[in-house]
Design a protein around this ligand. Sequence first.
Ligand SMILES: [Zn+2]
Length: 527
Amino acid sequence: MNELEYRVGIYLRLSREDERLGESGSISTQRDLLLNYIRDNNLIFVDEYVDDGVSGTTFDRAGFNRMIKDCEEKKINMIITKDTSRLGRDHIEFGYYVERYFPEHGIRYVAVNDGIDTESNSSANDMLVFKSAFNDMYVKDISNKQRSALYVKKRNGQFVGAYAPYGYNKSTEDKHKLIINEEEAEVVKRIFNMFAKGYSLSSICDILTNEKIPTPSISKNMNIGQTNLHYGVWATRTVSDILKSPNYIGNLTQCKQKKISYKSKKRIHNRKDNWIIVENAIPRIIDDDLFNLVQDIFNSNKNRGKGNGITDKLLLRGLIYCKECGHTFGFRAQEQNTKKYGKVTRIYGNCNYWAKRKKQNVCTPHSVKYNEIEDAVIYELKNMCQKYVDLNNLEDSLKKSNKIQSKKDKCNIEILKLENSNKMLNKKIDACYNDKLEGNITLDMYKRAYNNFINEIKENENKINEYKKELYNIENNNQVNEKNFLKKIEEFLELKNPSRSLVASLIDRIEITEDNNIDIYYKFKLV
Ligand SMILES: [Zn+2]
C-alpha cells in the first residue's frame, strides 16, 4: 500500500494516572507530535479521537469507541498514538486490538515513541505484547504507590476521601481537614440520643424519614448544590453505620471500604481490624460516654438472639451469661395455669450452649426463672448504687478532691508567676525603647534586646498554655467519669422502672452459676 493511501486517525488520551505522574504531556503536545509524524510520512489525516481524563485501565471510552466505529466503516485504516500506553493499559484488551482486531480489519497501528509499526518488520514489534504487559504492571504499580501514599496520609490523620463523612464538611482551606457540618451534626446527636434511650434502629429510621430529614447521600448532593424534591428513606444500615463510627468521637476512621483491584471500581467492606483509626484527628460530635453506651447496647443486642415478643423486651436482655461455659442465656415465655392467678406467663431461661447441644453434654441446663433473676439483680444494683452515692459523699472523696484541688492550685500559681514575668519583660521593652529614643543605644542594640525579650515572652506564653491545658484536663478527666456515673446512679435510684439502656450503662454482665447464684459485674467501682 502506498503511504498516501493510509487514512489516519490519531488517538489522544490523558488519564488521571498520567496527571498524577505528570506524564505524557497534555493532549495538545500529543497532537503536535502525531501531526508532525503524519506530515513527515505523507499520510492522509482523517480525524482525531480524544479521551480526556478517563482512566486507561478500562476500554470503555467514548473517543476510542468512535475510532473503532470509523475503522468498521473504513473511514480510517491507520491509527497512531504517542506510545502504546496511550492506546490502553490493560494488556489483555490491548492484545486483542493489536493482535487480532487491527490485523483482521486491515488497520495499521503505529506507536511513535515506542518505534512500533505493525506494517514494518521492526524488532520493536516483537516487544508489543511485552510492552503492553509492562503497561499493565505499570498501572498496578502506580495503583499500589497511590494507595500507599494515601495510606501515609490516612495514618497521619489526614482525610483523603472524595466526600466528607456524614456530619462533616471538607475544610475549604485544607481538603484533608474535616470541619463540622452543624445541621448534619445535630442529626447525628439525635440518632445517638434516641438509640441510647432505647429506640430501635427501625423506629429511628421512621422518625427521621417522617420528619423529612435528608439521608446522608441526599444531604451530600445538597451540599454540593443539587436541589432535591425528596429527602430519601433512612435505612437501618445507615443508622447503625453512623452509631458505630468512631469519627464522631474525633477518631478519624478510614479504609472502611476498599477497592477490589485497580481494574475494578467496585468496593467492598473492609474488616474492622483493617480500618485506619487516628485518634483526635477531627472535631468530635459525640462525647465518649454516650458513644461507649451506644457500643455497649450494640454488643449486648448481639447476644440477644431471636426474640419472641415478651423475651425481646426483658430489662436484662443480652446481659446474662452462663458462669460455667461463658455462653449467653436464652429465655422463653410459657403460659401456665395457676390456681391463684389463672393463666400467667412465666419466663424461663437456660444456658444457650446447653440448649443447642443437648446431646453433646457440653454444659448443664442452668434453669432459672427470669423474674427471680431480675428482682435479685435490681435489688443488688440498688444496694450497690446506694453505697456508691454514700461513699461519694464521704470524707474519702473529700480527700480526693483535695488532691485535685492542690494540683489545680499548683497550676494556677505557675500561671501567675509566668504572667508576672511577662509583665516585667514588657516593662523592660518599654525601658529599652525609651533608651533608643533618647539616643542611649543604637537601633541595632534595641532590635537585639527587643528580640530577646519577645522570645522570652513567647516561651512563657507557651508554658502558660501548657498549664492551662493541664488545668482543663484535671477539671474534666478526673471528674467527668465519676460525675456521669453519679448522675446515672442517682437517676437509677430515683426511677421505679429503669430503662434497659440505663441498666446496661451500669452493669457489664451478669453470670448465673449452676446452682442459681448470681454474680454481677458492674461498670463503676466503689472508691
Ligand atoms: Zn453453660
